[in-house]
Design a protein around this ligand. Structure first.
Ligand code: SF4
Length: 227
């Protein structure tokens, strides 16, 4: 692993975030299948809405692959309405569960037994599952060592000039994975902490002066809101 300034900065950012926010306890769920349902439902919506949709699925005894596969799509959409984009997400849930049932007999455990990269390719082949969702499934449901990149990650790193604008998902992911130990617990916590700082301080208008990462800003002074 390279002992570079980038590595030192990435580790230092993590330590500052952890010290400030503490453990984030991701991903809150009762089973790996529920984590996967959450990764699909959380696309473009707040987690509080996802919690309501998951509670509705649980009340209706639908948090099982076979149940989601057999219920008519319109009914499934009604249950997950609080998560928004419910028709699209119902289709995506059905695509995933159909894949799980036909390829792995409905067993999440069996799905995670194979090679990480092969499973990632399979997940990316499911309609509606992109890189962030596939990697969230691998990391948070499968405890596999892969870094999840999202809009908050990109924003914080760009503002700290650790990445250039328009860097691809894969390039940002490699930055973390080549400079940090290959540790799913670290990747889990780091991503969750980036989301925490993104939601609290690094919003579209940054609040650098109260942020635990201000010390790392390139010129040492807070970013000013754009006029
Ligand atoms: S709010 Fe400012 S200091 Fe905090 S992460 Fe964003 S750019 Fe960095």
């Amino acid at each position: 692993m390279p002992q570079t300034a980038t590595r030192r900065r990435l580790i230092s950012l993590y330590r500052h975030l952890f010290q400030f926010f503490g453990p984030q306890h991701w991903w809150p769920a009762r089973s790996p299948f529920e984590v996967i349902v959450g990764t699909i439902l959380t696309q473009n919506t707040a987690w509080t809405n996802v919690e309501k949709a998951i509670a509705a699925l649980r009340d209706a005894r639908l948090l099982h692959p076979a149940a989601i596969d057999t219920i008519p799509q319109e009914q499934l959409a009604r249950h997950i309405r609080p998560a928004g984009y419910y028709n699209m997400k119902a289709v995506r849930l059905k695509h995933f569960t159909h894949f799980l049932l036909t390829r792995y007999g409905g067993s999440v455990r069996r799905m995670f037994r194979g090679k990480q990269l092969e499973l990632r390719e399979e997940l990316l082949g499911i309609s509606g599952i992109g890189e962030e969702t596939a990697d969230s499934i691998l990391l948070y449901a499968g405890n596999q060592p892969i870094f999840v990149v999202d809009a908050y990650t990109r924003r914080v790193l760009e503002r700290h000039e650790l990445i250039a604008a328009k860097m691809s998902y894969g390039e940002i992911q490699r930055l973390f994975m080549t400079h940090l130990p290959t540790d799913p617990a670290l990747f889990n916590e780091y991503h969750a902490l980036l989301v925490a700082v993104g939601k609290t301080y690094c919003r579209s208008t940054p609040n650098c002066k109260d942020c635990p990462l201000q010390y790392d800003l390139p010129n040492g002074s807070p970013l000013l809101p754009r006029p």
